[in-house]
Design a protein around this ligand. Structure first.
Ligand code: WT7
Length: 659
C-alpha cells in the first residue's frame, strides 16, 4: 500500500444510506446479523435449508474437532447440479432464461433457458460417463466464456467428479502443471474463442500441454466455437457436439456427501508452485446461494444479473455458476473484452438486456473512467439497481465514479471482500441495511466473524490497522490444498494460532468498519488477479539469457498493480544487450517468454536489466527497495542490505526512464 492510498482512505467521511425503496424489498435484513450472533450454527443451518435442496438432510451443522479441517453439514447429501438446474425445471421455471449469452461478434447472441440447460447437462454428464468419468475422477476445463463452460462444470458436479477449471488465458505450461497436479482424466476445451474481434485458438495449448506425454489425460472433448482449423489427435480428441449427440438424453444427478469435493482451483502464493484450493459441495453451495441472495440481492423472478468475471477465476465459479444458478437467476454471460467492437460494449449490453445488477472489478471501473464518462452516457442504464465490486481495494474516486456515472446516484454499491480460499463473500455491506462508505467493504456478513489483529494476534482498536483474519470456520471455506494438508495448515492457520490469516492488511476506521488495504506478502494483485512474484521470477529465470530475477508489484493507475521485473543477465547475454538497439529487443523477448510460460496477464509492464539485486545477509531479496525504484520513489532504509552500494548501482545503471 502506498502512503497516498492510506492517506486517501483516512480522509474519507462520505456515507450513503440505503435508499428506502431498496431496503423494503431487500433479501438481506438487519435481523440476520442478530440471529447469526445469537447462534451462528443455527443461522447457517437455516440458510442451508432455505437456499439448498438436500437429498438427505443433515443432523450436524459443524464439526470443528479436527481443526483446521472442517466438516459442514457432514451427514447431509446433495447434488450441486440438481440444485442449480433440475429443481428449477421441476418447480415449473423451465422457460426462464438462465443465460443470455452475448458472444463477442456483434449479433452473436443465444438465450438458454433452464430447460435447455437441463437437457444439455444431462447429455454432457452421460458423455462424460461414456468416457469413463465417475464420482471422484477429476476433469480439467479450459474454455473461454461460453455457455459450454458452465455446462461442463455442472455436468462434472452432476457426477460428483471434481472439476479443475484453468483460466483460458493461461499458457500451455500452466495448463500442463495443473492437469498434472489433479491427475485429470479428461480435458474439456474448444477450437477457439473470440477475442478483440478475432478468433483466438485454444486447442493448440492443450495439444502442447499433453505433448509432455506424462499426464493421465485419456480424452479431450472439444467444443466447436469458432470453426477454425484445428489439429486433431485421433483416438484422443472428440467433438463435444458429437459426444453429446451420441449420449443418452436422461441422467439422474448423483447425490454426494456434503464434504465431497466440488472443485479445485489454483491460486498463487508467495512460495512454490500454485496451490490447488479445493472446496466441498455442501457448505460452498450454501454460502454462495445465501450471499448471492442477500449481498447481490438477486430476485430470480425479476432480476437480470451480470457478473463480468471470467469463469476461470473463483468469481466466475461462485457468482456466475453456483450462486446465481442455485437461486434460479437469469444472467448475462459475455464472451469478449469491454472495448470490442467499441468502448461502450458493456453499457450497450446493460441497455439491451436490461441488466439490473452489475458485479465487476475495480480495474474495469478505472479503465472505464479513463475512457471517459461520455461513453456510458450514450446508453440507457436506468435498469440498474445495484452495483458490486470485487477483486482488489476500490479507490474512493473510482467508487464515486461508479456510483454517479454508472449507478445514476441511485444504486447502492457493495464492495465485496473474499478470496479463492474463502469460496464466497465474507465482508460486504448488505445493500438494504448498511450505510456504505466509498472504498470500504464495511462489515463481515451475518454468520462470518472477521477481525483485524496486530502482530501478536490481538484485536486492534478502531482507528488502527493490522492483519485481516477470520476467527471462526465458515461454510464455504477451503477444505485444503489439493494433495498437501500440511501446506494448508502452514499457509493459513499458523501465523495466528486458531485464526485463518487471509494474507491481507486491513484497518478498522473510527466506526469499526473494515478497509482492506491489499496483500501484505509478495503476492501482487494485477487487474484483480492474484499473481505470485515467485512464479514470474521462475519464468524469467527459465529463459536462457537470465541469471536472476526479482519481481515486484508497482502501483498502476489502471490495473491496481503492475508487474515490474529486475533481471540480471547471464554473462553471455550481457555483451549482446549492450549493442545499440539490442536491449529493447531482449526486453520484448523476455516479456513474450513470461506470456508463454504463465500467460499474457503475467507479462511484466517493465523489465529493468540490472547488475545486482538488493539482498539481506540471509540472501532474501529486499523487494521493498525495488518497489521504491519501480514506483520512482526515494529509496527507503537500506541498513539491512548486505551491500549498501547495490541500490546506487541499480539506480545509476537504469539511467533515464528505467525500462
Ligand atoms: C485477494 C483474493 C475474491 C475473488 C477475486 C479475487 C483481494 C478481493 C477485495 C475487495 C479489497 C480485495 C484481496 C484478496 N480482494 N476482493 N473487495 N477489497 N481487496 O480472488 O484471486 O483469490 O484474490 O483479492 O487481496 O486476498 P483471489
Amino acid at each position: 500500500m502506498t502512503e497516498q492510498t492510506l492517506a486517501n482512505l483516512m480522509q474519507e467521511t462520505r456515507t450513503y444510506a440505503p435508499p428506502r425503496e431498496f431496503a423494503t424489498q431487500a433479501n438481506g435484513t438487519a435481523d440476520q446479523y442478530a440471529a447469526a450472533t445469537a447462534d451462528r450454527e443455527a443461522f447457517w443451518a437455516e440458510q442451508a435449508r432455505t437456499y439448498v435442496a438436500w437429498s438427505k438432510d443433515f443432523t450436524q451443522v459443524l464439526d470443528w474437532s479436527d481443526a483446521p479441517f472442517a466438516t459442514w453439514f457432514g451427514d447431509g447429501e446433495l447434488n450441486a447440479c440438481y440444485n442449480a438446474v433440475d429443481r428449477h425445471v421441476e418447480a415449473g421455471h423451465g422457460d426462464r432464461v438462465a443465460i443470455h449469452f452475448v458472444g463477442e461478434p456483434e449479433g452473436d447472441t443465444r438465450d438458454i433457458t433452464y430447460a435447455d440447460l437441463h437437457a444439455e447437462v444431462q447429455r454432457a454428464a452421460n458423455a462424460l460417463v461414456d468416457l469413463g468419468i465417475g464420482k471422484g475422477d477429476t476433469v480439467a476445463i479450459y474454455l473461454p466464456m461460453i455457455p459450454e463452460a458452465a455446462v461442463a462444470m455442472l455436468a462434472c458436479a452432476r457426477l460428483g467428479a471434481p472439476h479443475s477449471v484453468v483460466f483460458g488465458g493461461f499458457s500451455a505450461e500452466a495448463l500442463h502443471s495443473r492437469v498434472q497436479d489433479v491427475q485429470a482424466k479428461v480435458v474439456i476445451t474448444c477450437d477457439g474463442g473470440y477475442r478483440r474481434g478475432k478468433p483466438s485458438a485454444l486447442k493448440p495449448a492443450v495439444d502442447t500441454a499433453l505433448e509432455h506425454g506424462d499426464t493421465s489425460v485419456a480424452k479431450v472433448l472439444v467444443v466447436r466455437r469458432t470453426g477454425q482449423d484445428t489439429a486433431w489427435t485421433d483416438g484422443r480428441d472428440l467433438w463435444w457436439h458429437e459426444a453429446l449427440e451420441a449420449a443418452a438424453p436422461e441422467h439422474t444427478a448423483i447425490p454426494v456427501e456434503a464434504e465431497h469435493p466440488l472443485f479445485i482451483l489454483y491460486t498463487s502464493g508467495t512460495t512454490g508452485k500454485p496451490k490447488g484450493i479445493f472446496h466441498a459441495t455442501g457448505g460452498y453451495l450454501v454460502q454462495n446461494a445465501y450471499t448471492n441472495a442477500v449481498v447481490h440481492d438477486v430476485h430470480p423472478e425479476t432480476d437480470v444479473y451480470w457478473c463480468t468475471a471470467d469463469i476461470g477465476w473463483v468469481t466466475g465459479h461462485s457468482y456466475i455458476v453456483y450462486g446465481p444458478m442455485t437461486l434460479g437467476a437469469t444472467q448475462v454471460m459475455y464472451e469478449g473484452t469491454p472495448d470490442t467492437p467499441h468502448q461502450g460494449r458493456f453499457w450497450e449490453i446493460v441497455q439491451d438486456k436490461k441488466v439490473t445488477i452489475l458485479y465487476t472489478a475495480p480495474t474495469a471501473i478505472r479503465t472505464f473512467m479513463k475512457w471517459g464518462e461520455d461513453i456510458p452516457a450514450k446508453f440507457d442504464l436506468s435498469s440498474l439497481r445495484l452495483l458490486g465490486s470485487v477483486g482488489e481495494p476500490i479507490n474512493p474516486e473510482a467508487w464515486m465514479w461508479y456510483r454517479r456515472v454508472i449507478g445514476g446516484d441511485r444504486c447502492p454499491i457493495v464492495d465485496t471482500w473474499w478470496q479463492t480460499e474463502t469460496g464466497a463473500i465474507m465482508i460486504s455491506p448488505l445493500p438494504g441495511v448498511s450505510e456504505t462508505k466509498p472504498g470500504s467493504a464495511m462489515q463481515p456478513i451475518p454468520g462470518v466473524t472477521a477481525d483485524v489483529v496486530d502482530d501478536a494476534g490481538q484485536s486492534v482498536p478502531n482507528g488502527s490497522g493490522g492483519y485481516l483474519v477470520v476467527r471462526d470456520p465458515w461454510p464455504a471455506m477451503l477444505r485444503g490444498v489439493w494433495g498437501d494438508p500440511q501446506r494448508y495448515q502452514d499457509t493459513y492457520w499458523s501465523r495466528f494460532p486458531g485464526m485463518y490469516f487471509a494474507g491481507d492488511g486491513a484497518k478498522k476506521d473510527e466506526d469499526g468498519d473494515i478497509w482492506v488495504l491489499g496483500r501484505v506478502d509478495d503476492v501482487m494483485n494485477v487487474s484483480g488477479h492474484r499473481l505470485s512474484t515467485t512464479e514470474i521470477e521462475s519464468a524469467l529465470v527459465s529463459h536462457p539469457k537470465v541469471a536472476e530475477a526479482a519481481v515486484v508489484g508497482a502501483t498502476d493507475a489502471t490495473t491496481g498493480q503492475a508487474v515490474c521485473a529486475f533481471v540480471i543477465l547471464r554473462s553471455e547475454a550481457v555483451a549482446e544487450a549492450d549493442e545499440p538497439g539490442e536491449g529493447a529487443e531482449l526486453v520484448a523477448e523476455l516479456r513474450a517468454h513470461v506470456a508463454k510460460e504463465i500467460g499474457p496477464i503475467a507479462k511484466p509492464r517493465q523489465i529493468m536489466v540490472v547488475q545486482e539485486l538488493p539482498k539481506t545477509r540471509s540472501g532474501k531479496i529486499m523487494r521493498r527497495l525495488l518497489r521504491d525504484v519501480a514506483e520512482n520513489r526515494e529509496v527507503g532504509d537500506v541498513t539491512t542490505l548486505a551491500d549498501s552500494s547495490v541500490m546506487d548501482l541499480i539506480k545509476t545503471g537504469l539511467g533515464g526512464d528505467g525500462s
